[in-house]
Ligand binder design. Structure first.
Ligand SMILES: Cc1cc2nc3c(=O)[nH]c(=O)nc-3n(C[C@H](O)[C@H](O)[C@H](O)COP(=O)(O)OP(=O)(O)OC[C@H]3O[C@@H](n4cnc5c(N)ncnc54)[C@H](O)[C@@H]3O)c2cc1C
Length: 117
């Protein structure tokens, strides 16, 4: 918050910003800033990676979404994303689901595998 204030009050940004909206310029102390964070902090509703996909020993699912060490079980949701995507998570989650359907049914649209690459 202190760095954000520093950035906002210097350079070209300072010329276009009207004033601090939250927590408001009157809150200056670290204690006050901490309290403001505690009072207003929330997640961005994009939890991911609790069943991270990967090829290393710590990965929960492999690149085919199969749970490592368990036969016949795949995970196809946002939890398999190795890291948080830069944008929103709903569309990539649906793509993971589409990919899972392809993997389960054996359908492929991979150009490298269909010979169209
Ligand atoms: C308030 C909010 C706003 C969001 N806004 C956006 C947005 O604008 N754009 C965007 O791209 N993303 C948005 N997201 C994120 C997006 O909704 C999620 O990333 C996405 O839905 C994750 O999909 P998922 O399948 O991993 O989990 P979920 O959609 O949570 O699906 C999990 C499903 O599993 C079911 N389930 C859980 N436990 C069990 C069980 N034991 N047995 C059976 N079923 C079970 C649940 O009922 C649920 O239906 C938002 C999320 C929230 C919370």
């Amino acid at each position: 918050m202190e760095q954000a204030r520093e950035i906002a009050s210097s350079g070209p940004l300072a010329a276009v910003l009207a004033g601090e909206w939250s927590p408001g310029g009157a809150v200056r102390s670290r204690k006050g800033l901490r309290q403001a964070v505690r009072d207003t902090l929330e997640s961005l509703y994009h939890p991911v990676s609790s069943c991270r996909m990967g090829t290393d020993d710590e990965a929960v699912v492999d690149p085919q979404l199969r749970v490592r060490g368990v036969d016949g079980l795949r995970v196809a949701d946002a939890s398999v994303m190795p890291t948080l995507v830069r944008g929103n998570t709903n569309a990539p989650t649906m793509m993971v689901a589409e990919r899972a359907a392809d993997l389960i049914t054996g359908r492929t649209v991979d150009p490298a595998l269909t010979g169209t690459a």
